[in-house]
Design a protein around this ligand. Sequence first.
Ligand code: NAD
Ligand code: MLT
Length: 527
Amino acid sequence: MYKILVSDPLSQQGLDPLQSASNIEVIYETNLTPEELLYMIQDVDALLVRSQTKVTREVLEHAKKLRVVGRAGVGVDNIDIEAATEKGIIVLNAPDGNTISTAEHTFAMMISLARNIPQAYRSTVQGEWRRKDFTGVELNGKTLGILGLGRIGAELSQKAKAFYMNVVAFDPYLTEERAEKLGVTKATLEEVITCADFLSVHTPLTKETRHLINRDVFSQMKDGVRILNCARGGIIEEEALYEAIQVGKVAGAALDVFEVEPPTPKHPLFELPQVIVTPHLGASTVEAQENVAIDVIGEVLNVLEDKPFRNAVNLPSIPKDQKEKLAPYQELAEKLGSFVAQASIGAIKKIRITYAGELAEMSTSPLTRTILKGALSHHLADVNFVNAPHLAKQRGIQLIEEKKNVSQGFTQLIHVEIATENGKNDAAATLLNGFGPRIVKMNGYAIDVVPAGHLLYIRHHDQPGMIGEVGTVLGEHDINIATMQVGRMASGGDAIMVLHLDNVIPTFVRESIAGMQKISSVTSIEL
Ligand code: NAD
Ligand code: MLT
């Protein structure tokens, strides 16, 4: 039974399947006070929000069972991603569902701004007939500058081109090919700012984009430029915008978002007739709200049911085809990390992971996370796929990831080496076609071990009778050996045994084997 808290209004179409599922308890409580949220978050498995709920570090720290926060929309600036990652909580968004809606809203704002529609409406319904005062400008032939040519920026560019505007864009990730495909001129930030008749921002709000449009930037713009912000309040410095309108530099501004939302009714920009505003309506269409609710709820359920999900904000995104290819290695990776960590004694200082063969061609970060999870879980509680890299870093564990094309006779191989203050251990594993996961090498010895169940790792001196002696002690305590692997470097030298047992070996039995002559260590490993 999962408990899901929905703390902002979501489309009923999205909520229907949740509310009718027999294994889900939905608590749909919007307008919670911060104190109520702190109380209610304690025992829920998932939290679904839009932008009103502030998912702070304090909120996340109160959560005891929370696995996932789903944001029905794009912007996740109301969620403390760092705190969520540290706690191993997945943050998902629904980035695609409101692109059209927001691009259309931005376009509606641009036409409204060009033709003074909101001002003319207000005047006309008040009984005035001021045709001359509301003379506008055409979009046709004007330059639209776009900062941030992601989903919404790109969609807006296509609408503007249909109105015969020249579109010039700056985005650090914009390639020449994509610009060409969209029919947009790729430019620098300065070029966009200085040539735009209309300037529209479509970046996320980050440290870098906060006050991207400030006093200095306004001073470089064309006289009579018109400004649009349907992205995030704070990208444009509101005080600087006010001044730029007052001095006549900026002819008008259309704002859907504000530095503080909701803005105070006495907001200085509201006094200016050149400014038109909407209350953060970019994504407010029936279609967009349905899309984002359905998308995010589906993804949250995937997380809860341990199924693959796509839109995690605090996990790297991997191409779908690679995700599918990597999936069978996940279990192997976790077991391998755990195997080497359990064979090691002392605090982990360094983990070196080497991917060889076909795996070296892929985005292996999901496997690295899983190996770390397997290795760290031996010592730490509550380690998961999301927080494993953070926990490793926090503990000063050096992580080295390497890739090699040569895989020592296997189509693919994962090799993990763990260094502690007491020395190093390493093992390599693969998926054997038709036989499943295998550990094929340990500390330089060739072995063939299925990574599952109760294992016993023994380091000893190679001499006749050793296997028999170990078998006798185990037999005396009714512990059946399922399989046994023996490896040695040279006859009469150092050797290892890896035994698969049918039961967990009691400590006193392990210790009695460890006390035998010519045995240097005995480690039990549970996988
Ligand atoms: P996106 O991630 O697809 O696009 C953002 C683009 O900004 C990316 O291409 C990125 O490379 C670019 N960018 C980042 N930093 C930049 C910088 N310093 N200068 C120039 N470009 C930069 O996101 P999207 O879905 O297009 O959303 C864009 C914005 O719109 C976000 O802030 C989002 O929160 C907001 N949004 C608002 C509403 C609304 O209701 N008003 C609705 C949806 C989205
Ligand atoms: C978003 O980032 O998706 C928008 O701000 C829309 C919303 O209000 O959810």
